[in-house]
Write a protein that binds this ligand. Sequence first.
Ligand SMILES: *[C@@H]1O[C@H](CO)[C@@H](O)[C@H](O)[C@H]1NC(C)=O
Length: 240
Amino acid sequence: MKFLLQLMCLCLADDANSQLICSHQPITVLAGDDVILPCHLEPPISVSDETVEWTRPDLDPKYIHFHQDGRLMFDHQNPSYYLRTRLFMDGLMTGNVSMKIFKVKVSDTGRYQCALPSLQKEASIQLIVAQSDVIGSDKPVTVTVGDNAILPCHLEPPSDMTTQTVEWTCDKTIVHVYRNRKDYLDLQDENFRVRSGEASLTSLLSQRRAGTKEVRLMISADVMGHLRGKGWLERGGLVL
Ligand SMILES: *[C@@H]1O[C@H](CO)[C@@H](O)[C@H](O)[C@H]1NC(C)=O
């Protein structure tokens, strides 16, 4: 009897002693990336059969991922997270209740609450989704007629643009359009045809991925000469 009691106490103590630990540091990620919000029970206990609630109290409906009976309950989920979240089934067996969010948006920024109601555990974690700024050149780019010009432009912090859209325009005239690994040369104004194609964005973006600092576009100098001083490279001139 005494042994049984001790055993019961041990079991209770196990649940009671186990702490739900989420990262105390805010998790910072760039818009478009995937992120894992790390949370786990320490010491580990299996929560495979438990209800796991990920919520954002500032939203309505507040449920980001409601895991019950071994699966995600879609009816409870806030629609803006539809098909963008997952828990790790293997992880649940070792008390790992981390949640992954795919393709984060700036609006995903907020404090996330993770709760295991049956174990009366709760912890929270802050997610910050940052948008890169588009940085051009403060000074006008000056070249002589007939030369090639490079208009420097990059994202700060750097972000992989390979599958994004890049548009270069000048007074609403389309200079160059790049979308998801392809240059759309037929969209560009005829004054810019061929010339900007000289250095295709596709190849430049692969350089970018390889660590080059700038996304560059070449256009020829007579156009530059013609339009010089019109403030080409204002911030936001590169529209994502
Ligand atoms: C929990 O699982 C995630 C996803 O597999 C992993 O990144 C993280 O390191 C795990 N955490 C712990 C404490 O094992």
